[in-house]
Design a protein around this ligand. Structure first.
Ligand SMILES: Cc1cc2nc3c(=O)[nH]c(=O)nc-3n(C[C@H](O)[C@H](O)[C@H](O)COP(=O)(O)OP(=O)(O)OC[C@H]3O[C@@H](n4cnc5c(N)ncnc54)[C@H](O)[C@@H]3O)c2cc1C
Length: 445
């Protein structure tokens, strides 16, 4: 397996494949690891995924949930309770995933740029700045400007907004409480935010305003003064500076032959809701177990097609909800009321997303519980990574006939077998006598 791009998407996929004993190489064109805070929130569904990959507790120990204090010209107008997401720098998420990956003997090959590839029926040969790499499959996790997507000729449709951009960076701050994320809104100019992190001295600086210049400490100071007038606050030691332009675009195909697209390479969207990194992590987790089955020769012919079937509608939803969220955010900014938290929705926790009606979601029996395609609500009890068959009510008696996977009797007055996929979604709801279809699903998903 060749993974191009070692951001959160590529690293998640690498860990998932490596723990399944798939031989993985992961390359990145950057000469050193990314150090910025960029995507700074992990949603609940990603934390479930990262728990299964063995890193959630480490991340929870260094992240926090923060209430947000909204002010206009130095005067607090609103305080919103902490959102659901775990706030921490993206660079720490990446570092933690790299450390986990190293436990399986895989490290990122830095300073290695993919320039092109050719695919034949049984392999892909990639050309990089350090020579060629032959692999059974290639996954482009190479971000919004994806070389892989462009080389495939896959359209990236949508729009980029010339007048919606922000400057951002990581800085040290004194004179502000670390117990809040701080946001200043100015109905005429836009919005400025400073977010502290739990275990590092840096705060994330973000200024979304039409008159922002190139990102620099001087520009941050200028914007801060214009928005807040708080001279006693100091801003210093920038360790990362960046510019971001709002885009809402997605690839029309996530797979062409043996080459796949995941994360920002497949979809980019406004930052409202904090979904970008999270959606990439969940793309990777959808693809990992399927690729492992395909490479082991235990996949049904259509299994790899289900990656696009399942994840493309999720990307569409993400573009839509984050675009709506951005509009609501700007409406709130222009109103001067500070009600910016109205742009954050419970569904951004991504626990309600699923794959109902897709080919891998099979309802053979009716019951009052979740349907095939829904996220299994019992993950805390049963864990993830492999198939699990749950026997509710008297269907527990059938579990002894299921081979090769974890099984668990569950209390209940309805008698059904529920097959939970390795990525935590329900693959099949079946009657107690349906052991054969359940077993067939497990043996050749
Ligand atoms: C201001 C801001 C706030 C955000 N807030 C959030 C948030 O709260 N929550 C959230 O979920 N997301 C957030 N995001 C989005 C998030 O940062 C991205 O969605 C995320 O980084 C995408 O991860 P990725 O691994 O798909 O791509 P990237 O992180 O872009 O990684 C791609 C990697 O591919 C490498 N690469 C590129 N081309 C090549 C090549 N040809 N050969 C080899 N390597 C290559 C790059 O060097 C890079 O390391 C935010 C983004 C911004 C800018």
């Amino acid at each position: 397996m060749l993974i191009v791009g070692a951001g959160p998407t590529g690293l998640t996929l690498a860990v998932d494949l490596a723990r399944r004993d798939v031989r993985v190489r992961i390359i990145d064109r950057a000469p050193s690891h990314f150090i910025g805070s960029r995507g700074k929130g992990l949603q609940d569904r990603s934390l479930e995924v990262l728990d299964d990959l063995g890193v959630a507790n480490q991340l929870k120990a260094v992240g926090w949930a923060l209430p947000v204090r909204v002010s206009t010209r130095g005067r607090p107008v609103r305080e919103s309770p902490s959102g659901a997401s775990l706030i921490l720098p993206q660079s720490i998420v990446e570092r933690t995933l790299r450390a986990r990956m190293a436990e399986f003997g895989v490290t990122v090959e830095l300073d290695t740029t993919l320039t092109g590839f050719e695919q034949s029926p049984d392999r892909v040969v990639a050309t990089t700045s350090r020579g060629t790499i032959a692999a059974r499959c290639l996954v482009g996790c190479d971000g919004g400007h994806s070389t892989v997507r462009k080389a495939l000729g896959v359209a990236f449709t949508g729009h980029s907004s010339a007048n919606q951009s922000m400057v951002l960076g990581d800085v040290e701050v004194t004179g502000l409480s670390r117990e809040y994320g701080h946001v200043w809104v100015d109905p005429r100019r836009g919005m400025l935010a400073l977010t502290p992190f739990r275990t590092v001295p840096q705060w994330q600086f973000q200024a979304a305003t039409g008159d922002a210049g190139e990102p620099s400490l001087d520009e941050f100071r200028r914007q801060f003064d214009l928005f807040t007038g708080l001279r006693e606050v100091t801003i210093s030691n920038p360790t990362w500076l960046s510019t971001y332009r709002v885009s809402a675009r997605m690839a029309r195909e996530f797979r062409v032959g043996r080459v796949f697209l995941a994360g920002d390479a497949a979809h980019v969207h406004p930052p409202a809701g904090g979904l970008g990194m999270n959606t990439g992590i969940q793309d990777a987790y959808n693809l990992g177990w399927k690729l492992a089955h395909a490479l082991a020769g235990t996949a049904s012919p259509g299994l790899l097609d289900t990656y696009q079937q399942e994840r493309l509608p999720i990307a569409e939803w993400t573009l839509s909800t984050s675009s709506t969220g951005l509009e609501q955010l700007w409406t709130a900014v222009k109103s001067g009321t500070g009600t910016i938290d109205t742009a954050i929705k419970p569904e951004h926790r991504q626990l309600g997303l699923g794959y109902r009606g897709e080919p891998l979601s099979k309802n053979l029996a009716a019951w009052n519980g979740p349907e095939a395609g829904d996220r299994a609500p019992w993950l805390q009890e049963i864990g993830g990574g492999g198939f699990t068959v749950l026997g509710f009510g008297t269907a527990a008696d059938s579990l002894g006939r299921v081979r090769g996977v974890a099984t668990r009797p569950m209390p209940g007055d309805q008698d059904v077998l529920v097959l939970v996929r390795p990525d935590g979604y329900i693959g099949m709801v079946a009657g107690p006598a349906d052991v054969k279809p359940v077993q067939d699903y497990i043996d050749r998903p």
